[in-house]
Design a protein around this ligand. Sequence first.
Ligand SMILES: O=C(O)CCC(=O)C(=O)O
Ligand SMILES: [Fe+2]
Length: 361
Amino acid sequence: MDGTALIGSQPSQPKLTSVKALAEAPGLSSLPSSHTFPIHPNDEQLPVSDTNESIPTVDFSLLTSSNPDVRSKMIQELGNACQDWGFFMVTNHGVPESLVNEMIEACRQFFELTEEEKAEYEGKHVLDPIRSGTSFNASVDKVLYWRDYLKIFQHPEFHSPNKPPAFREIAMEYSRRVRQVAKELIRGISQSLGLEDHYIEKAVNLENSLQIMIANLYPPCPQPKLAMGLPTHSDHGLVTLLIQNGIRGLQVQHNGKWVNVDPIPNSFLANIGDHVEILGNGKYKSVLHRAVVNNRDVRISIALSNGPALDSAISPASKFLEDGRSPPAYRAMKYKEYVELQQSNKLDGKSCLERIRNTRI
Ligand SMILES: O=C(O)CCC(=O)C(=O)O
Ligand SMILES: [Fe+2]
């Protein structure tokens, strides 16, 4: 039956089609109105940079060097990258390229499952540990994004779909390796902020950190200029590490322009999230980014969000407030509430962070 293209179970509601099924429908030559933005999303705001801006690189092997001079030089560069871009590439991270490729392949196979199989993981609540769906939050998105997703909690409890069969083992190893990289980056960021290297780790209870895998599928789109993969947003956690299948689509906001990111092979794309901005009392800003789509290639990206523990309440580090002249720029909020807030609403720039910002009287 034709219903294989549809997900959703309540008969009273129109069933929601995954973009994969839409894109593969025979004869699709124009974008369905459900996915068409009234104003071309690229036109309403900033221009796309036509220069090849070079995104900073952090050499992970130098960041973790036993030579203190080498390490402190890299920490300085990491700090500059956080301050100037909020975004950088991580090279020489030690996670095998084969494991990265297996992870991308396992996600590709997940998206290849039938719509009924994927619907098993639909999830009812934004904090359900496995959720598969389309757009960002289809219950509130007026225009749907050209994107299907799979979101899985990897830590402190590990979860995995049962299909495809190899997924569990690959994801377990991949997320464990990425956590190690994230932990070192967080130590470096802590030091670059002038805090003790374990400060952030302790403040956020990193041992119980919430790590979420977000796999994104962006099928070829018949009218890419009228559609959007993911709208402008910042990430809620501390550090996100992203891999992709070699197809361009990520854009990062920098100096009033959108910059296309072409990663160097075998590197992670890293960006700081709202909770680094909060801890540093605004010294480093979480970076705005978005995903655009194309009409030729399937793009897969996998973001691993590394955040605080769900039950820890995060507020600016006391060091930034000690001189008495800097009030806390953000109110403390439990990470669980913050994630719930972000995931239950429209994905809209930094609107979530704005809600906890203290405005000066
Ligand atoms: O697909 C991308 O490159 C971006 C994905 C992303 O920003 C996210 O999952 O939060
Ligand atoms: Fe993101």
